[in-house]
Design a protein around this ligand. Structure first.
Ligand code: DQA
Length: 177
C-alpha cells in the first residue's frame, strides 16, 4: 500500500518519503486542562498536539493527532494508519489501557511501532490502573511525566526513525543520532 504522506527532497536531491507519526488519544483526554488536574495537569490536548506538530515540523516529520471517546473509532483510525503507511504511533489509550483487548489487537495487527504514554503515574493510583493491554507490545512506556511525556516519546520516535533532529527552538541541524 503506497504511503499517503508527502515527499521531500533528500540530501542527495532524491525524493524521500516524509515520515509520519500518529498521536492517538483515548477517551476523556479531550477534557485535558480541566479534568482532574491533580492527575493530568493543566495542559490541554490541543496544547500537547500543537507542541508535537511544531516539533515534528521542525524535523521534517508529519505529526497527525486523533482523539475519540469511542473504541471503534480508535480501532478504525489505527487500521487507517496501517493503510496510510504511518511510521510510528504515540498512544495514550486512557481508560481503554486497562480494558480493551480489541484496541490491543488493532495495534498488534498493524505492527506499527509505538510508545504508550500516560500523563499520570498509573502505578501509584488505583490497582486496576497497573494492568495495561498495551505495554508488552509497546517499544516503551512513559507514565507520570505529564504532558512532557508526549514530548519525550516524540524525541524517542524521531531517533527510532533515524530522523535528523532539529535543535530545540531553532532550525534543523545536521545532527544525527
Ligand atoms: C491515563 C491513565 C488512565 O488510567 C486513565 O483512565 C486515563 C488517563 C493517563 O494519561 O494518566 O484516562 O491514561
Amino acid at each position: 500500500m503506497p504511503k499517503a504522506t508527502s515527499t521531500r527532497k533528500g540530501s542527495k536531491g532524491s525524493e524521500e518519503l516524509r515520515k509520519s507519526i500518529l498521536v492517538l488519544h483515548g477517551p476523556n483526554l479531550n477534557l485535558l486542562g480541566s479534568r482532574e488536574p491533580q492527575h493530568y495537569g493543566l495542559a490541554t490536548m490541543e496544547d500537547i498536539n500543537q507542541a508535537l506538530k511544531t516539533r515534528g515540523e521542525a524535523c521534517g516529520v508529519s505529526v497527525d493527532a486523533f482523539q475519540s471517546n469511542h473504541e471503534g473509532q480508535l480501532i478504525d483510525r489505527i487500521q487507517q494508519a496501517k493503510r496510510e503507511g504511518v511510521d510510528f504511533i504515540l498512544i495514550n489509550p486512557a481508560g481503554y489501557t486497562h480494558t480493551s483487548v480489541s484496541l490491543r489487537d488493532a495495534m498488534a495487527a498493524t505492527g506499527i511501532p509505538f510508545v504508550e504514554i500516560h500523563l499520570s503515574n498509573v502505578y501509584n493510583r488505583e490497582p486496576f490502573r497497573r494492568h495495561s493491554y498495551f505495554s508488552d507490545l509497546a517499544l516503551g512506556v512513559i507514565a507520570g511525566l505529564g504532558a512532557q511525556g508526549y514530548e519525550l516519546a516524540l524525541e524517542f520516535a524521531l531517533r527510532h526513525l533515524h530522523i535528523k533532529v532539529a535543535s530545540h527552538g531553532s532550525q534543523k541541524t545536521e545532527k544525527t543520532h
